[in-house]
Design a protein around this ligand. Sequence first.
Ligand code: GDP
Length: 525
Amino acid sequence: MSDAITQQVNKRRTFAIISHPDAGKTTLTEKLLLFGGAIQMAGSVKSRKTDKHATSDWMEMEKERGISVTSSVMQFPYKGRVVNLLDTPGHADFSEDTYRTLTAVDSALMVIDSAKGVEERTIKLMEVCRLRDTPILTFINKLDREGREPLELLDEVERILNIRCAPMTWPIGMGKGFKGIFHLYHDSVRLFEPHSKDEGELIQGLDNPRLDELFGAMAQDLRDEIELVRGASDEFDLEAFLAGEMTPVFFGSAMNNFGVTELMDAYVEYAPAPQPRQTKTRDVSPDEDVFSGFVFKIQANMDPKHRDRIAFMRVCSGHYTKGMKLHQSRIGKDVTIANAVTFMAAEREQAEEAWPGDILGLHNHGTIQIGDTFTQGESLQFTGIPYFAPELFRRVRLKDPLKNKALLKGLQQLSEEGATQLFRPLDNNDLILGAVGVLQFDVVVHRLKGEYGVECAYEPVQVHTARWVYCDDDRKLEEFKRKASLNLALDGAGNLTYIAPSRVNLDLTMERWPDIDFRATREHL
Ligand code: GDP
């Protein structure tokens, strides 16, 4: 174990923001980047907002993909630490992508709108974080507007999300009467000065007469309220936070960049550095000397001018240096990685080096799949990066039959991204597209046209669900393939899949073939 690696690991923080659309994720991201000195121009993050709009908006905004997708990973310095922020699409139709991105972080930040409280997407995303006990920080946003009572909000988080809350800061008033926040652990009040570039005045001590001077009788109310809050809520417990059982809660206004320093200071102090990760054979510790990482996301045509496909790899251990030779476990081959990129805010840069917790962008020429593990020779496979069986299916109909080759290429490449999956029946030449959310179908048509010059449409298809098929007994599998061939297909990666025309058919088939394993999720083997 080298000191250099340990030192870099301790400096790293890798997280994602989870929120219901409109809670303020984009605004907060922008402020964080400004803070970190990573971008000069406010507003540049706005163009990422491709995910929560109606399809037509999505398409329109997608034109700005050059910027939009590059910022799906952002690295910036903050108070001596290196922070990696991974973007997650807000729209529910992209939940698979979000799920896999959350496997690549060590902590998450939950943003809640103070007027709305816990919303539906927040609940879903929280469930995903639960699966890995990811530590969560909470930011309650928009205190400059009338919202709900803070104690009531904490109660709702505890009740609905089943996680204990430890308020770290506490709001003083709200909406028009919003005066600032009190830091329960620094015993200080930060005054709210809307639209000010500078941080508001800091008043040390709750008993400071300056508060009486400023707030009059409200100062005593504040003291009483804080006493009540201290009595009624849990104290911050680092261990419980790291175990995903407690969330420290901060109040503020992202738009006014208020309360964000308090949040980020605590974030870099308490949020975990890169954590050990499980593989099929052993746990990998981040400060191991040898390099390892896994691919959690693939994005085709990020830069339309270069028609490239980028595989996003989370570094799990060791030290990446430019030109390094890496072993791709799934295909058992060594590849030299000469031109990996890192993501410094809005720009892609050639990566000279990377450390655990960092995200590297690898140029993919169709040989990399989501879930792939790269090492310095050891054959490892990181676990927990699944594909889900799609719920919706369409047959793809090509408008110009001469473009069949381009269509196949496009569908293949877009399905590598994992948002849609391509199925090719064994028995005929159909191309069946499966997706978890309906918006993804529209996106594929749009992108096929824009990126591959292919026009196509969809037809309904009698497929209810798909299951990946596994069987240890080769003879049984062959027999199954013969007898069930009408409903068998290969997915984009060549895996055998049963595409069931109905729920009843699936149940009957499973009953008839007890030796065959029908799986609703797929991980690399
Ligand atoms: P996202 O969908 O979670 O990325 O949310 P956005 O960051 O786009 O914010 C949604 C809307 O809320 C936008 O109109 C923002 O300007 C607004 N907003 C964000 N933060 C605040 C805040 O602190 N106060 C107020 N009043 N509005 C905010």
